[in-house]
Design a protein around this ligand. Structure first.
Ligand SMILES: [Zn+2]
Ligand SMILES: [Zn+2]
Length: 600
């Protein structure tokens, strides 16, 4: 969506592509109504990012063959070049036309009362009720549409799938069938999008997580709670070790804090006021209520507050891989990306006013350098500024930090957008999104000022003047959550991690059992050199072993047979299929070590 926006220089909602998709959804609805004459009940059908959908209540479940037939009929309708015509009506006329369409009647009543739009979404103003018609299909709709159906390219549309969707997202209302479709300007764009969808399926971290034995989610334990298996554990440990070492070099202090804290603490922090819906029910211990922590901040503040702080000690940078628990509806949980328990690489910076701009520069540079080390190259930052309706402190309180964030972004030389008025009430922030190998954006890092917690916990340091002063406090999560970060990383690399991150870096593949001893001997040397190595001693034939190693995306496959045993060599083969040729074990160790150390 962002890309299209830039190309056309207009918001997506005003673009021609948006009109095309919206019009395609009407054409699809016409085709479906013709397929079930008098029986199809239509609900809503908006354009969405990359396509459109329409929700239907139908007498039977749609099949893939139905989708083909609907698509075929859509092409016929498109060829008719039917003009889209708009008509403003009053509620009575609207209800008469849609007398046998209960979902539309409900929407019309919503429009009539005000407060919701024709998709059932909240709306501020009292909307006009309008119809859009083409051919013999009329929908309750405020547009916009193309001029006539001929402006939809028939070779650039595709119906993708059918999914269940509750009417108005309410589990107690009827379940409808939602047909997802996509539409583009030309066939090349459609093909490129379909390729991306296929590729995304192959890269799905839930699928790869299973195939590569990285992690699982067990019904016995509960939804949204991740089990890291040995290989995933190794991946996570390698990533964490690297990032911890970077933190240590950069002058962070490591702290460890518990998973639960008393209700009092969360009252002082304000979480029980404004974040209670995201927290789990309290645990009672000796008459006191404790809560699982949804955030680490109050704990780090307690450490700051554990003694009198001098201006000389600042800045203080407390870092913790802190596991937090947040309530998410089961319906929105998604692999590693949306979970109920996750570990943040969380840090809190406390600094003086005069240190603040430098501290912001530091934290932004540090975050970007770590993300780059993982192979992310393309960033998009968002600076959220003060919401004039709802903000803590004074306008002056916000000015300097906001300016510091903006200047840091300028200096870091990454593209950024200003989200005017989008900041949470307690301070301005920077969000950093990375673009992955498929061009998808993922939100990872956040650098967030906080004017509230320092007040609520009354934190201070003694300044040069001998007086107490309030420090600035900045929350920073760099990888965000380890679970989500690794989920993104799995998809970015399609499981073929760079050598330094790969859980298994080399596998010895003996051609026959006669070569087993040699394989184990080489493996021992590689392990001693710090290369994570396995021996495939399965009874499989060589080709099956190679296929298996390929499937496991192991960077180096070392096939050993008579030739290698005699020469005391290995013949490394890369995941790409490239052969490095025969070399001594020591030469291979040098080669692999160089590759591993490269990123640091
Ligand atoms: Zn419409
Ligand atoms: Zn925090």
């Amino acid at each position: 969506m962002a890309k299209e926006k830039e190309q056309e220089n207009v918001p997506y909602e005003e673009s021609q592509l948006y009109r095309i998709r919206h019009s395609a959804s009407h054409v699809m609805a016409q085709a479906v109504m013709e397929m079930f004459p008098g029986e199809a009940k239509i609900a809503i059908g908006p354009p969405i990012e990359n396509g459109f959908y329409y929700d239907f209540d139908l007498p039977r479940n749609l099949t893939p063959e139905d989708l083909e037939a609907i698509e075929k009929r859509m092409r016929q309708i498109i060829a008719g070049k039917h003009p889209f015509e708009m008509k403003v009506v009053n509620a009575e006329e609207a209800k008469t036309l849609f007398a046998d369409q209960p979902y539309k009647i409900e929407l019309i009543e919503g429009l009539e009362q005000g407060g919701v739009d024709e998709y059932g979404e909240p709306l501020d103003e009292q909307p006009e009720i309008s119809f859009y018609s083409h051919a013999d299909f009329t929908d309750l709709c405020r547009g916009p549409h193309v001029e006539h159906t001929g402006q939809i390219n028939p070779s650039a549309i595709k119906l993708l799938n059918v999914a269940g969707a509750y009417w108005r997202g309410d589990e107690n209302r009827p379940q409808l069938q939602r047909i997802y479709g996509t539409a583009w300007k030309n066939k090349e764009e459609l093909d490129a999008y379909l390729w991306k969808l296929e590729e995304a399926k192959k890269r799905d971290h839930r699928k790869l997580g299973k195939e590569l034995e990285l992690f699982s989610i067990s019904d016995e334990i509960g939804a949204g709670l991740i089990l890291w298996h040995p290989k995933g554990g190794l991946l996570r440990k390698t990533a964490e070790d690297f990032v911890r070492a970077q933190h240590e070099k950069a002058g962070y202090d490591f702290v460890y804090t518990p998973h639960i804290g008393k209700a009092n603490l969360w009252e002082t922090s304000g979480h029980l006021d404004w974040y209670k819906d995201g927290m789990y029910a309290p645990i009672e211990i000796e008459g006191q209520e404790y809560y699982l922590k949804p955030m680490n901040c109050p704990f780090h503040i307690q450490i700051f507050n554990s003694k009198t702080r001098s201006y000389r000690e600042l800045p203080l940078r407390f870092a913790e891989w802190g596991t937090v628990y947040r309530y998410e509806r089961s319906g929105v949980l998604h692999g590693l990306l949306r979970v109920r328990g996750f570990t943040q690489d969380d840090a809190h910076h406390f600094c003086r006013r005069d240190q603040m701009p430098g501290e912001i520069d530091f934290v932004l540079d540090f975050s970007l350098s770590v993300l780059r080390a993982f192979g992310f190259e393309s960033f998009q930052a968002y600076l959220s500024t003060r919401n004039p309706e709802k903000f803590a402190g004074s306008i002056e309180d916000w000015d300097a930090p906001t300016e510091a964030l903006r200047q840091a972004l300028d200096r870091a030389d990454i593209p950024y957008k200003i989200d005017e008025g989008e900041a949470v009430f307690y301070g301005p922030k920077i969000d950093i999104k990375i673009t992955d190998a498929l061009g998808r954006e993922w939100q990872l890092s956040t650098i967030q000022f906080d004017f509230i917690l320092p007040e609520r916990f009354d934190i201070s340091y003694i300044g040069e003047d001998g007086q107490p002063h309030r420090p600035y406090m900045v929350h920073r999560a760099l990888m965000g959550s380890m679970e989500r970060f690794l989920g993104v990383l799995i998809e970015h690399y399609a499981g073929a991690f760079p050598v330094w991150l790969a859980p298994v870096q080399a596998v010895l593949i003996p051609i026959t059992d006669n070569h087993l001893d040699y394989a184990f001997e080489v493996a021992k040397k590689l392990k001693a050199a710090g290369i994570r190595t396995e021996v495939d001693d399965s009874p499989n034939r060589m080709n099956a072993k190679i296929r298996n190693a390929q499937g496991q995306k192991i960077p180096y496959m070392l096939v050993v047979g008579d030739k290698e045993v005699e020469a005391g060599q290995v013949a490394p083969r890369l995941r790409s299929g490239e052969n490095l040729g025969g070399m001594t074990v020591d030469d291979f160790i040098d080669h692999a070590r160089k590759e591993i150390e490269q990123h640091q």
